[in-house]
Ligand binder design. Structure first.
Ligand SMILES: [Mg+2]
Length: 257
């Protein structure tokens, strides 16, 4: 009877706990945007709101929803270029694409409005992805150290992390803020592991980006990774076929608890 109860408990242990136990994980190195936070949604909320504001304020000769859609398309093109730029700059570039050779005479006013509109963008934080705070609480209970490795302005990263600290009753969470003119690479993943004093080979990486999270963490020496919305078919064959590397694909951090 005693044994049965133990088995049952084991079977219902959160997936994350199983991964930690079975692979002797001693620390977590975590991506923040779109892994823990609804960052894409935050961007689109602000960007679409700015487009609505511009149509209303400049009386553009286009239906509001059409302008929002065209700007959304242009912004996607800007994001596809993979350069990380401040939001005001991204939006301005997308607006340049929209007007192209028909730049209005009062274009300077547009620039001012864009700049002003996004003034508070970096003062707020995207919302938590459901379950993300529970993952951190669980790590606190298990006394597993963790750190965020994030590619955004230092101050903005700090604001985002502070929201989680509040959820953890003020417990300090370390973070490695990689400047936006740099990239998260193998070095930043190993630095982050060093910051929590765990050998990178004993860490679990959780991230959503193949190029910013999964591949550089592996290059740094991480062997256990959770890939949010991942697709193993997209991995280079030498990594997919390496039996020492374990990658679990889940839809959301929520699936880990
Ligand atoms: Mg991310």
């Amino acid at each position: 009877m005693q044994e049965e109860a133990t088995i049952e408990k084991e079977a219902s242990a959160p997936f994350l706990v199983q991964i930690i136990k079975e692979n002797d994980i001693q620390g977590l190195v975590l991506d923040l945007d779109n892994t823990f936070l609804m960052t894409n949604e935050y961007y689109w909320y602000w960007q679409d709101a700015c487009s609505v504001y511009i149509v209303e304020n400049f009386g553009l000769n286009i239906a509001q929803e059409d302008f929002v859609e065209k700007m959304s398309y242009n912004l996607h093109l800007e994001y596809d270029e993979k350069r990380l730029l401040p939001i005001q700059q991204k939006y301005q570039n997308a607006l340049d694409r929209y007007f192209f050779e028909n730049i209005p005479e009062n274009y300077r006013s547009y620039r001012k409005v864009v700049k002003k509109f996004f003034e508070d963008f970096y003062k707020g934080s995207p919302e938590f992805i459901e379950g993300s705070d529970s993952v951190l609480k669980l790590m606190c209970e298990l006394e597993i150290p963790f750190i965020f490795n994030s590619n955004a302005q230092y101050d903005w990263t700090r604001i985002k992390v502070e929201n989680y600290e509040e959820e953890l009753n003020g417990r300090k969470i370390p973070f490695n803020a990689v400047d936006i003119d740099k990239r998260k690479d193998a070095k930043t993943w190993s630095e982050s592991a060093q910051m929590i004093s765990v050998p990178i080979g004993k860490t679990l990486t959780i991230g959503d980006s193949l190029y910013a999270d999964i591949l550089p963490a592996i290059e740094a020496g991480c062997r256990n990774l959770v890939w949010i919305k991942g697709d193993l078919d997209k991995l280079p064959p030498e990594i997919r076929d390496d039996p020492s590397i374990h990658i679990w694909c889940v839809d959301s951090v929520k699936d880990l608890i």
